[in-house]
Design a protein around this ligand. Structure first.
Ligand SMILES: O=C(CO)[C@H](O)[C@H](O)COP(=O)(O)O
Ligand SMILES: [Fe+2]
Length: 228
């Protein structure tokens, strides 16, 4: 799959969200970070904002739920019209049931792993998912530095996906920029969240194009691509 970019509105102006969505026209997704001040030490926004954003942009919404009790809340984000709903496995009581429920409501089901959560225990769950999110910072805040120590996990996950012949997307979130995206694409990721690197740029739409181009160039020369 050619690389996709999902700008994170965590780094946007929350008082002008519709305009901020327009500023990244051409992006594949709009990444919305929902934080509850329990699962992570920060508080952002919730369902009403997602419902409003959905009506004010054509860009599909990629909801990243950093909340406790996603089993209760995640389906409501699918019902609110999010195109993709990501829950954290560390918070989910029944991840398989939850992924199936999200899918049954018409959204893509995605599961996130914090940096210290290994992928291997979840190998058998992967067919239930449309996307796996590997956090490349500790969740909670934008603008943190990319954790290079995640690269081996990204490579191992790509190998697992390929070994099982799965179509699920591999998303990274945290510290993705023009400086880091190439090594991430080379390691096997194909969906990239970028907050500060996009909304901190003079021209956010141009920043999205440049990130996509850098990832595509790195992917073209990555050995894993040719195994398909
Ligand atoms: O989930 C997140 C933080 O928990 C954000 O999506 C992420 O941090 C994006 O911001 P940046 O690209 O600036 O790191
Ligand atoms: Fe996020």
């Amino acid at each position: 799959m050619s690389p996709q970019i999902s700008p994170s509105i965590l780094s946007a102006d929350f008082a002008r969200l519709a305009e901020e969505a327009e500023a990244v026209r051409g992006a594949d997704w709009l990444h919305v970070d929902v934080m509850d001040n329990h699962f992570v030490p920060n508080l952002t926004l919730g369902l009403p904002v997602v419902e409003s954003l959905r009506k004010s942009t054509d860009i599909p919404i990629d909801c990243h739920l950093m909340i406790e009790d996603p089993d209760r809340w995640a389906p409501q984000y699918a019902e609110a019209g999010a195109g993709s709903v990501t829950f954290h496995v560390e918070a989910a009581a029944a991840p398989v049931r939850l992924a199936r429920e999200i899918r049954s409501l018409g959204a893509r089901a995605s599961m996130a792993l914090k940096p210290a959560t290994p992928v291997e225990p979840y190998e058998d769950l992967l067919p239930e998912l449309d996307m796996l999110l590997i956090m490349t910072v500790e969740p909670g805040f934008g603008g943190q530095s990319f954790l290079d120590i995640m690269l081996p996990k990204i490579r191992r996950t790509r190998q697992l996906i390929d070994r099982h012949g799965l179509q699920l997307w591999l998303q990274l979130d945290g510290g993705i920029s023009a400086e880091t995206i190439e090594r991430c694409a080379d390691a096997g990721a194909d969906v990239f969240v970028a907050g500060s690197a996009v909304y901190g740029a003079d021209d956010p739409a141009e920043a999205v194009r440049r990130l996509r181009e850098l990832a595509a160039t790195a992917t073209d020369s990555a050995p894993w691509v040719h195994r398909h």
